[in-house]
Design a protein around this ligand. Structure first.
Ligand code: ADP
Ligand code: MG
Length: 283
């Protein structure tokens, strides 16, 4: 862990939420993941055990290739451990079929990626609406849910915009809204600020902190950046497929306090604003 990450050793069981909710949201027991490439086997996770309780905000750190995305994919039920067990809300999900995992995922878990992964020829609202279709939400309710989710990330006024008409930060907010639309209890974000400038990154952390504190969402993010990890409550560090550190963040940063101290950005990266200004008024 970087030196700038001021933290102390912390057994997970000492976190406040553990006492009120004895069943962890997430429990991994000696989880291994091996990718079989025929000739060679890549041992991406080598015996990871950990518990995360409802209401926690965890940053997963570590060098490239240390197993962070593999961990997130398992936590998000996008992939299964090769060996070991994964208990989600107390239920062993290691043995579930792909279909069962997909169903679980669509109701409990929201996933956010570094590359946003929005459909380009689809409006913000329709992008957000997509998971409600898979979850079998009645048609009449889908749009209302999607509008609410966009509101929660401050983008109600961009519902009709296409991804190409939105800045990177706005696209990531649409992706967060999409992750929220089925009301998950767990939000997983794999390097959500990896493609964003530092102010925009803090704006994203502000949204995640707000979802965690106001809405009780359990949040787990992967980040390279020690500055970003400082907005979490707890940090894990991975090296070579093993968890090497598990610490509480001592002087946690609060994004809503930091943002007003930063110089405001111009509308420069709001492509819509640029288009408006560029449009000749007279001809
Ligand atoms: P990180 O997210 O920390 O960069 P990953 O979990 O993506 O690490 O990767 C851990 C190791 O597993 C790396 O050696 C990577 O090359 C390998 N790996 C990841 N995904 C696959 C895959 N689908 N097939 C084969 N090897 C993979
Ligand atoms: Mg990764």
């Amino acid at each position: 862990m970087s030196d700038s990450l001021t933290a102390s050793k912390s057994p997970a069981s000492s976190s406040g939420s553990a006492a009120s909710n004895p069943v962890p949201t997430i429990r991994l027991e000696s989880v291994h993941k091996t990718y079989d490439l025929g000739e060679i086997q890549v041992h991406a996770l080598r015996g990871v055990s950990l518990s995360i309780f409802a209401g926690e905000f965890v940053a997963v750190m570590g060098a490239s290739g240390s197993g962070k995305s593999t961990l997130m994919n398992i936590l998000g039920c996008l992939d299964k451990p090769t060996r070991g067990q994964y208990f989600l809300d107390g239920r062993d999900v290691s043995g579930l079929t792909k279909t069962e995992l997909a169903k679980l995922r669509s109701h409990k878990i929201g996933f956010v990626f570094q590359q946003f992964n929005l459909l380009s020829r689809t409006s913000a609202l329709e992008n957000v609406e997509l998971p409600t279709i898979y979850a079998g939400i009645p048609i009449a309710e889908r749009e209302r849910r999607a509008e609410q989710a966009l509101e929660r990330v401050g983008l109600a006024d961009r519902a009709g915009h296409f991804p190409s008409q939105l800045s990177g930060g706005q696209q990531q907010r649409v992706a967060i809204a999409r992750a929220l639309v089925n009301n998950p209890s767990l939000l997983l974000a794999d390097e959500p600020t990896g493609n964003l400038d530092s102010r925009t990154s803090i704006e994203i952390m502000d949204i995640l902190q707000n979802l965690n504190s106001e809405h009780g969402l359990t949040v787990i993010i992967v980040t390279h950046e020690p500055d970003i990890a400082q907005y979490a409550k707890r940090a894990l560090e991975f090296r070579d497929g093993k968890m090497k550190k598990d610490v509480l963040i001592q002087r946690r940063l609060i994004a809503s306090e930091i943002l007003p101290t930063l110089p405001s950005i111009e509308d420069e990266d709001d492509l819509d604003a640029i288009a408006d200004r560029a449009a000749p008024s007279g001809s």
